[in-house]
Design a protein around this ligand. Structure first.
Ligand code: ADP
Length: 430
């Protein structure tokens, strides 16, 4: 028996103990009267405390107003402590839930938590954006009513989740999404939505690249094989034979330059960030001029315009490769008699290397795509002039690695200017 119960029982007993001698020694009715008054007072006392408890239980608040009298005080005290603990626990759980929600919101993947019947319990902001959901209004809705793509509905229904579902963009959308379904707590499901747009694009680029390389190499190979077959099967005269061999040499040179450019591109891509070697620009520009003259064989006017200030900081082979490509293009796409200008000057932001020509120029619609691998404005013309379609891709990569920007200005029939803008951090001696 608890102390409070014992206390209440002893008080009730004391009424009887007081009433009994009164009834015994004085008058029976007086004894009963004392007993009834004592019990009545106790009843009143208990009723008052019960009423207080009843009032409090309707809206329990944690404050010291929950005070009882006598034996009730202990009961009220325990209730008060219990309520206080409960509130503290609830506050702690709420804080934990808030943290979990904040963690879910911080995820870079979308998360949708579904119940047993695929209704939305929770989704984070990323999932709202990716799947067009709105948690405030969509909570409790079946997810298939909101994400209605047939492939998604079929995927959820089939219940084979060993591979993620890829949702490709439909009208107006841009993202490629991979949806993983992760079962949890029995038959409940959690959707993890990854934005794989970038990876998908890279994959596509890789596939296109392999297809392009195969195509580019297959053409000269087919020509080579054709000539070989002819030479093996037909007895041709010495002149004809010489002509065939020359054409075969051309095709093998072409294959060699494609492979060489591919190797350059891959070495630039896989190389560590470029060093800060000082690249002597006066020397480099002189070399570029001599190469241009050799390539032009006197058909063009090669001009150097340099203020002679500053050198570049970076990987010399990469910069030579980028600048040589620009110079070679200017010579190759400028008809005989034209002028090719190799320019180098300090700018307020750093320095600029540019190659300007008054050649055939480029239609503006092609300009954004020129740096793509194997992109050419005129395939035949590029091939005839010994192009591989990889030159500007090499330029873009090596400039990127030196934090430089490539600016292309061109007008068909007027000429082109390819400028590489270097930031001050890549320039020394200004
Ligand atoms: P390619 O080996 O075909 O020259 P590039 O990547 O160097 O490949 O150049 C891509 C395309 O850009 C070329 O095929 C050509 O059509 C165009 N181009 C590049 N430089 C010039 C230029 N100076 N004048 C005109 N067209 C150019």
């Amino acid at each position: 028996m608890s102390a409070q119960l014992l206390q209440a029982f002893l008080i009730a007993l004391s009424t009887a103990v007081i009433a009994f001698p009164v009834g015994y020694f004085w008058a029976q009715w007086a004894g009963w009267l004392v007993f009834c008054i004592g019990l009545g007072l106790q009843l009143l006392f208990h009723f008052r405390n019960f009423a207080r408890l009843e009032r409090w239980s309707r809206s329990p608040v944690v404050d010291a107003s929950l005070e009882g009298e006598g034996a009730w005080d202990g009961v009220f005290g325990r209730l008060y402590r219990h309520e206080k603990d409960l509130r503290a626990q609830i506050a702690q759980r709420e804080e934990e839930i808030k943290m979990l929600v904040a963690a879910a919101q911080a995820l870079t993947d979308g998360i949708v938590i579904l119940d047993l019947s695929n209704q939305i319990i929770f989704c984070n902001t990323m999932a709202e954006v990716q799947l067009g959901l709105k948690l405030a209004t969509d909570r409790g809705q079946p997810v298939v009513n909101l994400v209605r793509r047939p492939e998604f509905v079929a995927y959820l229904k089939a219940e084979i989740f060993d591979r993620p579902l890829t949702l490709r963009p439909e009208r107006g959308e841009e993202r490629v999404l991979a949806i993983h379904v992760i079962p949890y707590a029995g038959r409940r499901r959690l959707l993890q939505v990854k934005d794989i747009t970038q990876a998908d694009r890279l994959d596509q680029t890789r596939r296109d690249f392999v297809a392009n390389v195969s195509h580019e190499l297959r053409t000269p190979l087919t020509v080579l094989a054709g000539f070989l077959e002819t030479l093996q099967e037909i007895d041709v005269g010495p002149d004809e034979r010489h002509r065939y061999l020359e054409m075969m040499a051309d095709q093998s040179a072409r294959m060699r330059s494609i492979v060489q450019d591919l190797l350059t591109l891959s070495s630039i891509e896989s190389a560590p960030p470029p060093e800060n070697d000082v690249v002597d620009m006066a020397n480099l520009i002189d070399k570029l001029r001599r190469d241009a003259e050799a390539l032009s064989s006197g058909r063009h006017n090669i001009v150097v315009e340099s203020d002679g200030r500053g050198d570049l900081l970076g990987a010399e082979p990469e910069l030579v490769s980028a600048f040589s490509n620009l110079v070679a293009n200017a010579v190759r796409y400028t008809p005989a008699g034209g002028t090719v200008r190799i320019q180098w000057k300090a700018t307020p932001q750093g320095a600029e290397f540019a190659v300007q020509d008054n050649g055939i120029g480029i239609d503006p619609k092609h300009i954004p795509r020129l740096v793509e691998r194997f992109y050419r404005v005129d395939r035949g013309r590029s091939r005839d002039s010994g192009g591989t379609g990889l030159g500007l891709a090499i330029v873009k990569h090596s400039l990127n690695r030196h934090q430089a920007l490539l600016e292309i200005k061109s007008e068909p029939g007027v000429g082109s200017r390819f400028a590489a803008r270097f930031p001050a951090s890549r320039v020394a001696g200004i």
